[in-house]
Write a protein that binds this ligand. Structure first.
Ligand code: BT5
Length: 269
């Protein structure tokens, strides 16, 4: 099994912010936790953390993320975006989630040629199965807003090794491609793509993000059922937009927007 190393990840890397520092660990509870510890110690934005294995990898809303040794890319990056006023600042978690998903999908496409798509709000799919997920956490630090963007990609995981509930809806890149995938090349491409999309975000080019998101969206045009704050909604997705979120035409005819932070998708047709 090839092991990730910070020297190899750094070789030839041409990024402006993401991956300015790269830390590679063997086993951690969660790379997001390690990134928060770096933030506590005043690390620069762009610091990236990789681990071979996570013992307590997490998803959104208290869910777990299965992260076995050597089988995936489990990584987090600390971001310190410049302070923005009111509503734009509020948009930061959903916006960062989208750029994480775009970067993961574009990196998978570039490194493996597999047609990765994005399922709102934070899943990356190949075919109808989940191969990657994005988790963004945010806090107000002493020097401004701090975010940790975590990405998990099932690279060479065996479907037969997955816990049953995960195997039902997930797969890995190697299972789909029918061959092992070079984790190092994919990880390096991911850092490049994250840096590129983060620059687009810093330039506030929402339209560039929307354009690519709509191209890669597995959700647009679909009928979905979702739950937000204990209430269920069902309808057809008519738009995705970084500022307004997901636009759902409800079966009663009216249109409702969802930003995604407190939402669980129940059914996706
Ligand atoms: C996510 O949550 O999809 C976000 C996952 C983020 C993981 C990265 S790894 C590096 C960093 N450090 C962390 O601790 N986390 C981040 P969510 O949408 O809540 O999806 C979680 C659900 O996906 C679970 O309830 C399972 O059903 C399923 N799941 C768990 N592990 C999976 C895996 N490896 N592949 C596919 N599906 C999985």
């Amino acid at each position: 099994m090839n092991v990730l190393s910070s020297d190899e990840l750094r070789r030839g890397l041409q990024t402006r912010i993401v991956g300015r520092k790269i830390h590679v660990h063997d086993r951690v509870v969660s790379t997001n936790d390690v990134a928060w510890e770096l933030a506590d110690r005043g690390a620069e934005g762009g610091a990236a953390v990789f681990a071979e294995e996570q013992t307590g990898g997490r998803g959104r809303l208290g869910r777990n993320w299965w992260s076995p040794r050597g089988a995936g890319i489990w990584m987090s990056v600390l971001l310190r975006p410049p302070d923005l006023a009111g509503p734009e600042q509020e948009g930061t978690v959903p916006m960062t989630t989208i750029i994480g998903a775009l970067a993961a999908a574009d990196a998978i496409r570039a490194a493996t040629r597999l047609p990765a798509m994005i399922r709102w709000p934070n899943d990356v799919l190949v075919g109808r199965r989940k191969v990657a997920g994005v988790l963004v956490e945010a806090r107000q630090g002493e020097t401004g807003r701090e975010l940790v963007l975590g990405i998990g990609i099932n690279v060479n995981a065996r479907q037969s090794a997955m816990p049953e509930d995960i195997a039902r809806s997930a797969t890995s890149l190697s299972e789909t491609a029918g061959q092992d995938i070079d984790r190092l090349e994919l990880a390096r491409t991911l850092l490049q793509e994250l840096d590129r999309w983060y620059q687009v975000k810093l330039d506030r080019d929402s339209e560039a993000i929307n354009r690519r998101w709509r191209e890669l969206s597995a959700t647009l045009g679909q009928r979905i059922e979702l739950e937000e704050d204990g209430r269920r909604y069902e309808g057809t997705v008519i738009d995705v937009d970084v500022r307004f979120g997901l636009a759902l035409r409800l079966d009663q005819g009216n249109i409702r927007h969802f930003r995604g932070e407190h939402v669980t998708v129940i059914r996706h047709h």
